[in-house]
Ligand binder design. Structure first.
Ligand code: FAD
Length: 806
């Protein structure tokens, strides 16, 4: 066994083996994998081995497609048979709502790069003769699905890595991890110590234990999962071909052929978290769990109804095994904040669809310093301290039980809620707010009419929120609105090196004292890393604000770039609340609420100053995402409630009205403002997404400068534009395709109804040849229908910006 190496990958399941292979593929060959038993000894060996290319996130879909291509690659390199069955797969719909969702998904597949097509019951029956299609409306077929042999695939990856110089130590248990003062690691095993630069936690079922060795909490929970194997099925003995992977979304089950029988897996409603207090080291390479037939009986009965031939074939074997779920079902990949050179690659629920994709991302991150494209959906730093053990259990269980649930874009799942509430939560409740969580914090989405239940009907079309949100929007445009934006992230950066640090990190010019600037962050590749707001409070003191759900993501970036600098970076998100007022009456309200001068000269647009607002000491920032005259007030949380009451009381005569995030998004859309995760992501450079207007290319030095400069005048495939869509009863949400006749002309990034301009609006990346398309010449898929669309020459509301600057 080596005593020194560059990387130790802990865990020899499908994920660890894929990481080892990708590290070598990308150029690092001095790497080892340590496995306490034999390869596949965790969840991997008893998996059903199914893989899918379909995913609602374009980068995850791209990575899944890539992962499927890797199986052939390693089979050729290693000579190890991976047992690939590329059968194709069909998702079937048995309700009108599901059929609508499937058609919507199919439209989006054009954007996601998935080559799928819709199939009717007859074709489904032809491809899968054992199915009962009597209540099936249709399905979605994807040729890039099938199943793989878990043993063969894992060994082919590990062998290919070994052939490129990697080493694999089986029957070797990692017992401890010691972090040394230079940031490197001693990996303590039962066969001796290994010194290394980097450690990768790919320990699957034991990822929580391997996390704890480095003081890292891993928010995952293993869930028990059953599939049955049937005896021979007569129809299949005679069948000339192989069944596609069948997913009955409404029945929450999947089926594939296994020799002349079938494998049927179910996601039951009364699910069972496993090993909630930790996975025993004794759980072994051949262990399975006792089956819980009572728990899965009704799910199985549904399976037998859908595939009646199963009943005659009889059950040959029942498998119940555990595998891990993160709170949102996505993997936990990337550098772990606060623990240098410790990398997470766990929580991979669909290891055979995603193993190589996450391994590629992790390897790029380790070797190149950043992964390609936007991988936030799998970034370990999308969770924070709120994702405690109990949160992970409740959310993991909820995700498992809703594995194939019909998910509408306005769905807010209830488990583990409320968790964190803002200081004025009860006031918002009294006002009948409908809430949604952001980084664990309940935020007001909209306000239901008094006397009605504060519940939103999940729908792809306009919901019961539509009319109330319209009223909120009009109140902001006509008089004054008030909103709790406490979820916004607030970072204080100060110290003797704060100016040089900020100047290097941000691509924009720094604001003068008392002023505010938009602050794009770039990656060294010149792609976007963040879109923050920078307020300068003193010569060497800044307040930086941004989207709340990105707190760990931002903090990691700040810290990674702070080495050797005399600065203090404090995340003050929880200790500061934020209340904003906006609308033409907001200055009058401020004048009533504070003795400070609030005229245009004393408190100009994009200024920030400490001011007492009524009884509360606030940092007042003069800006608003609504596109109106507006003020954001940052206040220690202990004062927030008093401040809110005070403003509501004073604003009564001005017609003040609470509004929520839905209205904020609609108002921002009327101004064609982009937002992070939609229009701005690491997929784009500032020149692609229009953030270049905030970049100071003349600055001598900032992260990503050279690449951004080179990109500035490059020809780009797409341009970000605003669209008006002639839609009937629905608005777009994101990733809907745009067409010019039958040519693919681009895709939507976000959409909303513009209530005060009376238009359905969207932001979209349109391919350059179609930018000159005449009004109505383009069309956009709205749910399942193409609707005419036009590119807007300017924002539909206040294009000159005179209202927000007033
Ligand atoms: C019944 C069932 C059916 C499934 N069907 C599918 C399917 O059809 N498609 C799909 O994509 N997924 C399926 N899965 C999920 C799939 O099994 C997992 O996504 C995948 O196996 C996770 O792989 P992993 O490498 O992350 O973890 P694991 O397979 O758990 O591997 C972790 C490894 O780390 C080793 N290890 C842990 N701690 C240490 C230590 N301290 N020192 C050394 N070694 C250590 C363990 O021994 C183990 O071998 C199924 C799971 C189950 C249970």
């Amino acid at each position: 066994m080596k005593e020194h190496t560059r990387v130790v990958v802990i865990g020899g399941g499908i994920v660890g083996a894929a990481v080892l292979y990708h590290l070598t593929k990308l150029g690092w060959s001095d790497v080892v994998l340590v496995e306490r038993k034999q390869l596949t000894a965790g969840s991997t060996w008893h998996a059903a081995g199914g893989f899918h290319a379909m995913n609602s996130d374009p980068n995850v879909a791209r990575l899944q497609a890539y992962g499927i291509s890797v199986y052939k690659e390693v089979e050729e390199i290693s000579g190890q048979d991976v047992g690939m069955h590329l059968t194709g797969g069909i998702n079937i719909a048995a309700t009108p709502e599901r059929w609508e969702a499937i058609r919507y998904e199919h439209a989006r597949h054009k954007v996601l790069g998935i080559d799928s097509h819709l199939v009717g019951p007859e074709e489904i029956k032809k491809l899968c003769p054992i199915i009962d299609v009597s209540n099936v409306i249709g399905g979605l077929f994807d040729g890039n699905e099938g199943n793989i042999d878990p043993y063969g695939a894992t060994h082919a990856l590990a062998k290919s890595a070994r052939m490129a110089g990697a080493e694999v130590y089986v029957n070797t248990m990692v017992e401890d991890l010691v972090h040394k003062s230079d940031g490197t690691w001693t990996v303590v095993t039962d066969k001796g110590n290994i010194q290394c630069e980097h450690v990768v936690n790919a320990a699957g079922l034991w990822a929580r234990e391997v996390g704890a060795m480095a003081g890292v909490h891993v928010p995952i929970i293993p869930m028990e999962h059953h599939y049955i194997l049937t005896g021979d099925i007569d129809e299949l003995v005679e069948f000339d071909g192989e069944l596609p992977m069948m997913i009955d979304l409404d029945g929450e089950m999947y089926l594939r052929q296994e020799q002349n029988g079938a494998l049927l897996g179910v996601y039951e409603k009364n699910s069972t978290p496993w090993a909630v207090d930790g996975t025993s080291w004794d759980y072994g390479e051949t262990d399975l769990l006792e089956s819980r037939l009572d728990d899965i009986e009704s799910a199985l009965m549904q399976g037998f109804e859908r595939f009646p031939a199963l009943g005659d074939a009889g059950i040959r074997r029942i498998v119940n095994g555990p595998f891990t779920f993160a709170p949102d079902g996505n993997p936990l990949v990337g550098p772990v904040r606060g623990v240098q050179n410790y990398w997470s690659c766990c929580g991979v629920m669909a290891g055979f669809s995603q193993g190589s994709g996450v391994a590629l991302v992790l390897s790029q991150w380790m070797i190149d310093g950043e992964p390609e494209g936007d991988v936030f959906a799998m970034d370990v730093n999308r969770f924070g301290a709120y994702a405690t053990k109990s949160y992970a259990i409740e959310k993991g269980k909820e995700f498992y039980e809703n594995r194939f649930a019909l998910l509408c874009p306005n769905d807010e799942w209830p488990a583990a809620r409320p968790l964190k509430v803002s200081a004025i939560h009860d006031r918002l409740q009294q006002a009948n707010a409908v809430f949604g969580p952001s980084f664990g914090l309940e935020t007001p989405l909209w306000f239901a009419p008094q006397g009605s239940e504060p519940i939103e009907t999940p729908s792809f079309r306009r919901s019961n929120a539509h009319a109330p949100v319209g009223e909120e929007c009009r109140a902001v445009r006509d008089s004054v609105g008030i909103i709790d934006i406490s979820s916004i992230a607030k970072y204080e950066i100060s110290g003797p090196d704060a100016v040089s640090y900020m100047d290097h990190l941000f691509a924009s010019r720094l604001p003068d004292i008392g002023r505010i600037r938009m602050g794009p962050l770039l990656l060294p590749s010149g792609h976007m890393k963040g879109d923050l707001t920078v307020m300068r409070l003193a010569e060497e003191k800044f307040m930086v604000t941004g989207s709340g759900y990105l707190q760990e993501f931002h903090m990691l970036w700040f810290e990674q770039n702070s080495s050797g600098k005399k600065i203090r970076i404090v995340n003050r998100t929880d200790e500061l609340s934020a209340i904003a007022i906006a609308g033409p009456g907001s200055r009058e309200l401020m004048a009533l609420a504070t003795s400070a001068d609030v005229d245009k000269k004393s408190m100009p647009f994009m200024s920030a100053q400490y001011v007492d607002v009524g009884p509360a000491p606030c940092l007042v920032a003069r800006l608003s995402f609504t596109g109106e005259l507006g003020y954001e007030m940052y206040v220690p949380s202990a004062y927030a409630r008093r401040l809110y009451d005070y403003l509501l009381e004073l604003g009564d005569s001005l017609g003040i009205r609470p509004f929520g995030i839905r209205a904020l998004v609609s108002l921002g859309m009327e101004k064609s403002f982009g937002i992070w995760s939609r229009e701005f992501t690491p997929d784009y450079t500032p020149a692609m997404c229009g953030m270049d207007r905030f970049v100071d290319y003349d600055k001598a030095d900032f992260v990503g400068r050279e690449a951004a400069l080179a990109d500035r005048d490059a020809k780009h495939e797409h341009k970000l534009v605003a669209l008006e869509i002639d839609s009937i009863d629905a608005d777009v949400w994101g990733y809907e395709p745009i067409w010019h006749k039958d040519d693919y002309a681009g895709f939507v990034t976000s959409g909303a109804y513009g209530h005060t301009v009376g238009k359905s609006l969207a932001m979209a990346y349109v391919r350059t040849p179609y930018l000159g398309a005449a009004n109505g010449e383009l069309s956009v898929h709205v749910v399942d229908q193409r609707r005419p669309a036009s590119i807007l020459a300017e924002p539909p509301h206040d294009p000159s910006g005179s209202r927000m600057r007033s």
